[in-house]
Design a protein around this ligand. Structure first.
Ligand code: HEC
Ligand code: HEC
Length: 236
């Protein structure tokens, strides 16, 4: 239903009717990129911009699970070589993280607009494919400096989870309050250190049977050193 509304709005914009200023497909794609309503799920609060910047370098205050999408359309493959079609790469995020129910189809005006926007973000003819290393077996990481951990928490976790202990400012109530949520881990995951459950969640996100829709952090996105610093900050 929501998808239909967007399509109607899009057509209106492209045709320039309804007294609206005429927008290019790329402009409309840019809006979709920043709007959680791209997903038809009423539970979704994530937009593409929640996890991806579009500048060549990410600003210091952001550590994202997803790469910058600057030059994304010029890369030969995506998701560490696992995807060879750009739309499939987008749909992976759309379905798994944004709770999208039906994949974006190639001829959908919304996909086309998003595509035009991604092309506009890609000025170079060619760009290198980027590595994506998932930690397979979960092991403890060395703890780091809690001060550094606070900085990393703000850059990597706070947008979604809000402030420590209260969740103040979190993006969605579905994002657990940290570290309070770990209090029950002893009963839910008997014999497993709490820190290991958190490492598992951060490294695998919704994968490996953990459920949910949090994205996984590759070692390129978040180093073990920074993860160890966050654990110190969480006092785990
Ligand atoms: C909750 C976080 C999240 C959201 C929301 C999200 N992505 Fe992603 N995306 C990721 C992660 C994690 C990866 C894997 C690392 C990477 O390749 O950037 C990824 C990968 C990608 C890639 C492949 C990049 C590459 O070179 O490997 C593209 C393209 C992409 N996302 C586009 C999108 C678009 C467009 C949207 C919105 C429709 C979106 N993503 C929403 C987290 C997210
Ligand atoms: C894009 C938003 C987003 C980001 C960024 C994010 N999370 Fe999450 N996280 C969620 C959501 C939503 C949930 C609840 C749903 C689920 O389990 O996937 C969650 C769940 C969790 C849980 C499991 C809680 C439970 O129910 O047991 C842990 C632990 C966690 N996150 C830690 C982190 C840490 C640490 C970071 C930063 C390194 C982080 N998250 C970054 C969205 C996010």
């Amino acid at each position: 239903m929501k998808r239909l509304m967007w399509s109607a709005a899009l057509l209106g914009l492209l045709l320039g009717c309804g007294g609206e200023e005429k927008k290019s497909a790329a402009d409309f794609g840019e809006e979709l990129f920043h709007d959680a309503r791209l997903s038809e799920s009423t539970f979704n609060r994530f937009s593409c911009a929640t996890c991806h910047v579009t500048t060549p370098q990410a600003p210091a205050e952001r550590i994202d699970s997803g790469y910058s999408l600057y030059n994304v359309a010029s890369r030969p493959s995506w998701w560490g070589g696992n995807e060879t079609r750009l739309l499939d790469s987008v749909n992976f995020c759309y379905v798994n993280f944004m709770r999208g129910v039906t994949k974006l189809e190639p001829d959908d005006p919304m996909s086309r607009s998003l595509y035009e926007y991604l092309v506009r973000l890609s000025p170079d003819a060619q760009a290198a494919a980027l590595p994506f290393t998932i930690v397979k077996d979960i092991n403890e990481v060395a703890r780091g400096d809690a001060g550094r951990g606070a900085t990393v928490y703000r850059a990597a976790c706070q947008t979604c989870h809000g402030e420590l202990h209260t969740g103040k400012g979190r993006l969605t109530e579905l994002a657990s309050i940290l570290p309070e949520v770990t209090k029950d881990y002893g009963t839910v995951f008997p014999g497993v250190p709490k820190s290991k459950v958190v490492i598992e969640k951060v490294r695998h996100g919704q994968f490996f049977g953990v459920g949910g829709n949090m994205p996984p952090y590759s070692t390129e996105a978040l180093s073990d050193a920074d993860l160890g610093a966050v654990l110190s900050y969480l006092e785990l």
